[in-house]
Write a protein that binds this ligand. Structure first.
Ligand SMILES: NC(=O)c1ccc[n+]([C@@H]2O[C@H](COP(=O)([O-])OP(=O)(O)OC[C@H]3O[C@@H](n4cnc5c(N)ncnc54)[C@H](O)[C@@H]3O)[C@@H](O)[C@H]2O)c1
Ligand SMILES: O=C(O)[C@H]1O[C@H](OP(=O)(O)OP(=O)(O)OC[C@H]2O[C@@H](n3ccc(=O)[nH]c3=O)[C@H](O)[C@@H]2O)[C@H](O)[C@@H](O)[C@@H]1O
Length: 401
């Protein structure tokens, strides 16, 4: 995987040093505010675009800040919220973990539907202050993160920067603004780590992460607990299970298998110890989007630090999976049929690279409380992915990196 842009790249605001914890506090961000006057984030045009994009037109009246909006899940969630008439503003740093031109193409798609994505980093306190000054967001859909389990061995600090420092930066803001927004954020199925009890339930242990990525998501869940407990923030963590679909992520197996199969290259298929099958509870993006919207719709208001008087704020965690694990070899067989290409399979022992052998979601809690019900099997979902892939890369003559 590629080198990633410096994790401290602070968007377009030129600051003398990386944003410090104090600069992410709206009450103590004089330095940051000064730097904003000369930045491209100020001016009537910028404010107008932000306001227009975040203005709700639905009966729900939501104004949602979507972090990671140029990402795979962020694009789909933003588009879906906008279609429903919610106000949506995106925030993304467009880093180069994978081909940024794909993020730009998603941005173009969203702009056509009226969603503006501000280019900047979630650690940039001055920028968050500016956005919250312009819009009293009712909700934050926090999806920005350093994703991918294996890349954590190459660039561990990018995970700390986005998944820990970045989460704290967002929560610091949310705790300080009035009114406080409700926050729905992406955790991960990877928190189950080496857990062997299946299917994975929210009550199962999550103290054996197999990768630094998983450890940062688990840390995020603990951090969420703290901000809920002290500051009365309403927080919902969603444990997504291996999400796939159109406009997906090129670092994920289903995506680069497709690319490499079409190029006639061999694809490494991992097997567990003693030739055990490696399987995933692959979940289609449209099902995940429904789960995200249901989590936003059922999110209660934050209660603030006077939480004791008003009662405790909501703190929730849900599995969003498909409840139907499929061996990776079967995923390849489906791709072979859809692409009409015979894969050159290179079966190999799974390296100790952060991967886990098996995932399987118990979704009864999400079913009960969110009305979440995935409806897309892997064949149907991959068919939609392949149709998109061929039209984007082959017909669109884009180079797949
Ligand atoms: N796709 C999956 O299978 C899956 C599974 C479990 C959890 N998740 C989580 O869901 C969320 C969305 O995942 P995705 O698949 O869309 O990944 P993605 O990489 O496509 O999207 C994440 C976006 O966040 C942006 N970003 C990263 N760090 C940032 C920062 N510091 N400031 C601003 N923007 C930043 C990236 O540029 C990217 O566009 C992530 O939190 C991820 O960890 C994804
Ligand atoms: O569900 C999750 O929480 C995680 O889902 C995915 O992680 P993963 O399931 O490992 O997805 P892929 O990297 O696409 O791998 C899918 C399967 O293919 C296998 N694989 C991967 C790469 C490879 O070269 N060969 C191979 O057989 C993996 O072992 C795994 O079983 C995402 O990449 C993570 O960001 C996310 O947090």
């Amino acid at each position: 995987m590629k080198h990633i842009d410096s994790p401290s790249t602070p968007g377009k605001i030129k600051m003398e040093k990386s944003p410090s914890p104090s600069s992410s506090n709206p009450a103590s961000s004089d330095l940051s505010r000064r730097s904003l006057r000369t930045s491209s984030y100020s001016g009537p045009d910028f404010e107008k675009r932000v306001r227009q994009s975040a203005k709700p037109r639905s009966r729900h009246g939501m104004s949602v800040l979507v972090t990671g909006a140029a990402g795979f899940v962020g694009t789909h969630v933003s588009a879906s919220l906008k279609r429903r008439g919610e106000g949506v503003l995106g925030l993304d740093n467009f880093n180069s973990y994978y081909d940024p031109s794909l993020k730009r193409a998603r941005q173009t798609l969203l702009e056509r539907s009226g969603v503006y994505i501000v280019e900047g980093d979630i650690n940039d306190g001055a920028l968050l202050a500016k956005l919250f000054d312009i819009v009293p967001f009712t909700h934050v859909m926090h999806l920005a993160a350093q994703a991918g389990v294996r890349f954590a061995m190459e660039n561990p600090s990018s995970y700390v920067h986005s998944n820990i420092a970045g989460l704290v930066s967002v929560l610091e803001f949310c705790k300080n603004v009035n009114p406080q927004p409700a926050i729905v954020w992406a955790s991960s199925s990877s928190v189950y780590g080496l857990n062997t009890k299946v299917p994975f339930s929210e009550r199962d242990r999550t103290d054996q992460p197999a990768s630094l990525y998983a450890a940062t998501k688990k840390a995020g869940e603990e951090i969420a607990h703290t901000y809920n407990h002290i500051y009365g923030l309403s927080l919902t963590g969603l444990r997504f299970f291996t999400v796939y679909g159109p406009w997906g992520r090129p670092d994920m197996a289903y995506f680069f298998f497709t690319r490499d199969m079409l190029k006639g290259k061999s694809i490494p298929i991992f097997e567990a110890v003693n030739h055990g099958t490696v399987a995933r509870d692959f979940t289609f993006i449209e099902d995940i989007v429904k789960g995200c919207l249901a989590a936003l719709d059922t999110a209660e208001k934050s209660t603030g630090s006077g939480g004791k008087k008003k009662g405790p704020a909501q703190l929730r965690v849900y599995n969003l999976g498909n409840t139907s694990p499929v061996p990776v070899g079967d995923l390849v067989s489906i791709l072979e049929k859809l692409l009409k290409v015979k894969a050159k399979r290179l079966v190999m022992k799974m390296p100790r690279n952060g991967d886990v052998p098996f995932t399987h979601a118990n979704i009864s809690l999400a079913e009960r409380e969110l009305g979440y019900k995935p409806t897309t099997d892997l064949h149907t979902g991959l068919k939609k992915f392949v149709q998109w892939y061929l039209s984007y890369y082959v017909d669109g003559k884009k180079s797949a990196q």
